[in-house]
Design a protein around this ligand. Structure first.
Ligand code: 5GP
Length: 116
């Protein structure tokens, strides 16, 4: 079954798209956790980082150039931002189609690996 992100790519469900090219798409997260929370997604449906191959390097490298471009466009390049890619259960992955979170617009606290 197609992932929710493939459905967004195919315009089967709506989203607020901010960027698209032949390899990737970027759109606002439906449940933002920061003033800027955008997901950058390869159009190829790769379930997790564990499934990445060398053939995906161009598309996955594109995630970074698009992240930098979107950060500039949202005026958070200089203030800063965080890029996150979750993998599987312990990583907190909920949508099994590889994606990068771009978070910014406010100070994001330190990464806490262990929850108290
Ligand atoms: P994950 O936990 O897998 O790294 O992140 C999945 C993200 O996708 C979550 O932040 C969630 O809010 C977002 N998300 C899930 N379903 C949709 C959707 O239908 N539309 C959009 N725009 N974001 C979604």
């Amino acid at each position: 079954m197609a992932s929710v992100f493939t459905k967004i790519i195919n315009r089967e469900i709506p989203s607020k798209i901010v960027y698209e090219d032949d390899l990737v798409i970027a759109f606002h997260d439906i449940d933002p956790v920061a003033p800027v929370h955008i997901l950058i997604v390869p159009k190829k449906e790769i379930p997790t980082v564990n499934d990445v191959t060398e053939a995906d390097e161009l598309a996955l490298g594109r995630l970074f150039t698009v992240a930098a471009r979107i950060a500039r466009e949202h005026n958070i390049a200089e203030s800063g931002y965080r890029l996150i890619v979750n993998c599987n259960k312990d990583g907190g992955q909920e949508v099994f189609h590889v994606h990068m979170h771009l978070l910014g617009g406010e100070r994001i606290g330190p990464i806490r690996v262990r929850s108290k």
